[in-house]
Design a protein around this ligand. Structure first.
Ligand code: HEM
Length: 178
């Protein structure tokens, strides 16, 4: 009799157990994003591409871009800034939650566009890109410090460093949330 009761209880439990094929992400409304097979980037919500999204007008002429080592140098500086920020305990959490593959590309495009090195900026505007990230003034200072380290390491002259920073500074108002 005891065996029968136990067996019946086990059977009931088994019947309640979910099918192994249940898609729990769908059940809980979790959106699963997959990286693009070619670019390795995660998809973002649709937006209108425009150089205006870079947040400032570009410099004119090739001299400044040359100070940054041209397009390749600029891309390296952007990627290094992202790497330093990802490893920076002050702001690492914000970066860890996002797509660094895309950020390296779009940040590089933004710098390249603003420095007049002939790139198109294909990323989002600064307000949209940083929405609900809760970035503080201290976070911004940390990121700027990392960019300065990356530029110094790359041997960018101090005056040229400041010219890039002066193009980025106005974006602060769209990035800082608290
Ligand atoms: C003047 C300062 C800054 C500039 C010029 C800047 C620039 C950018 C650019 C160009 C993007 C890419 C947008 C896109 O791919 O569509 C981006 C995204 C991002 N930024 Fe910034 N940023 C600044 C400050 C900061 C700060 C202070 C933080 C955090 C400490 C931060 C964290 C991020 C993160 C995590 C993303 C990725 C967002 C995503 O993938 O959804 N940024 N930023």
């Amino acid at each position: 009799m005891l065996l029968t009761t136990t067996a019946a209880a086990a059977l009931m439990l088994l019947q309640q157990a979910p099918a192994e094929s249940t898609d729990w992400d769908a059940e809980f409304g979790v959106e699963v994003k997959e990286r693009d097979a070619v670019t390795g980037e995660l998809p973002v919500d649709p937006y209108t591409q425009s150089n205006a999204n870079a947040g400032a007008k570009p410099y004119d002429g090739a001299v400044l871009a040359a100070d940054f080592g041209g397009r390749e140098g600029i891309a390296r500086i952007a990627a290094r800034t992202v790497d330093l920020s990802e490893a920076d305990p002050r702001i690492a959490d914000i970066f860890a939650a996002n797509d660094m593959v895309r950020l390296k590309r779009t940040l590089g495009e933004q710098f390249c566009y603003l420095l007049g090195a002939g790139c198109e900026y294909t990323g989002r505007d600064m307000k949209t890109a940083h929405a609900e990230m809760g970035v503080t003034k201290a976070d911004l200072n940390a990121l700027v410090e990392n960019l300065q380290i990356a530029m110094r390491e790359a041997g960018v002259p101090f005056a040229a460093q400041n010219r890039l920073l002066s193009k980025l500074a106005p974006a602060s108002k769209d990035i800082i949330e608290r």
